[in-house]
Ligand binder design. Structure first.
Ligand SMILES: [Zn+2]
Length: 371
């Protein structure tokens, strides 16, 4: 125990300062020596105890005995001392709990900054999505908007309105997956998995009069056996442009620009006559081989050219179907072109992929290359 509280020799400021400074020094000295919780509790009792605490004794002996004119000066100094002692107690308590005596607690909270961090996997666009976005971006810059439609489609939108009449041999070229138990419905209402994104052409024209400029990215389904370059599910980007006096040279210029934007400005395009039910005339588009620059290599079968997409001027029969709901699609007043390309084929060329199945296998070693 520390020494008891001496009597106050006088009540002037100098005497009070000296007396309180002595007490404060004693409290600080005692607090500095505290090294465990028992000692801290003893310190608390000695200084702040209700009955025998030293501050209680100061209050009882000094304050009560003081003449009225000295009470205020004494009271102020007493409160300051009490605050100092409480502060000393609090920090002593903190340091014995978490300080030198609290190594275990500290160690439990410690962080080993030499350990490797938690690796967060970075997501990335699937190469199909990336290629589709690149194609859409090229046409968006030309003022095209994006159209979407259902994957489960009616026979009418997938075939009939695209000028594949019932029984037309062109239907056989698109081996179709049909929804079961539809036989009691009229043929045009029967459901199937769309074989191309072309039905969205008709859905768009039915909803809005010309002019129309849309690209239609989407998934399509055909009953094809899977091999290195075929899959029963694949993706297309279809395009449709309808306005007054659209000509075949608009089609050629648009696709030539798009192929240069996708594969580089050195790429050349050429157009060959072809057949699609919904366009007349129709063309296949070839681009100069991006692997050999047109000299001839294994990828282009030594021809220097690669066939990449189909296109043509919209057939008046297609406009006639659209005109049933939007009379402005009068083929005597408007014209248009359409084109369609396979996204997988373009992605395989752009990213040097040889197996179409790689896109769907979900193999992280493959997909990780596109991060
Ligand atoms: Zn080549």
């Amino acid at each position: 125990m520390s020494e008891g509280i001496p009597d106050l020799p006088a009540y002037d400021d100098a005497a009070l300062d000296k007396a309180f400074a002595t007490l404060e020094a004693q409290a600080r000295e005692a607090a500095a020596a505290l090294n465990d919780e028992t000692a801290v509790e003893a310190f608390r009792l000695e200084w702040l105890g209700r009955k025998q605490g030293r501050l209680n004794e100061v209050s009882g002996r000094w304050l009560k005995a003081a003449p009225p004119e000295a009470k205020k000066a004494l009271g102020l100094r007493f409160n300051t001392l009490k605050a100092v002692v409480e502060q000393l107690l609090e920090s002593a308590l903190g340091s014995v709990q978490y300080g030198s005596g609290g190594d275990a607690a500290l160690k439990a909270e410690a962080i080993d900054i030499t350990l490797p961090g938690t690796r967060r996997l970075t997501g990335a666009e699937h190469p199909i999505t990336r290629a589709m976005n690149e194609i859409v971006t090229v046409f968006a810059a030309l003022g095209y908007s994006v159209g979407v439609g259902p994957e489960v489609e009616t026979d009418f939108y997938n075939f009939e309105s695209m000028n594949f009449p019932p029984g037309h041999p062109a239907r056989d070229t698109q081996d179709t997956l049909v929804v079961a138990n539809q036989e009691r419905r009229p043929l045009r209402d029967r459901l199937l998995l769309r074989t191309h994104t072309s039905p969205v052409q008709m859905r768009t024209m039915e909803l809005q009069p010309p002019p129309v400029r849309i690209v239609i990215p989407g998934k399509v389904h055909r009953n094809d056996a899977a091999d290195a370059t075929h899959s029963p599910i694949f993706h297309q980007v279809e395009g449709l442009c309808v306005d007054a006096s659209i000509t075949f040279s608009d089609l050629k210029g648009t696709l030539d620009h798009a192929m240069k934007a996708l594969f580089g400005s050195a790429v050349k395009t050429r157009f060959f006559p072809s057949f699609f039910p919904f366009t007349e005339p129709s063309a296949d588009v070839q681009i100069s081989c991006i692997f050999c620059g047109g000299k001839g290599c294994r990828k282009c079968k030594q021809s220097g050219w690669i066939e990449l997409l189909g296109c043509g001027m919209v057939d008046p029969a297609v406009f006639a179907f659209a005109a049933e709901k939007q009379p402005a699609y009068d083929s005597k007043k408007i014209s248009g072109f359409a084109f369609g390309m396979g996204v997988e084929r373009i992605a395989m060329m752009k990213y040097g992929i040889s197996e179409i199945g790689s896109f769907y296998a979900g193999d992280m070693r493959f997909l990780g290359q596109f991060v």
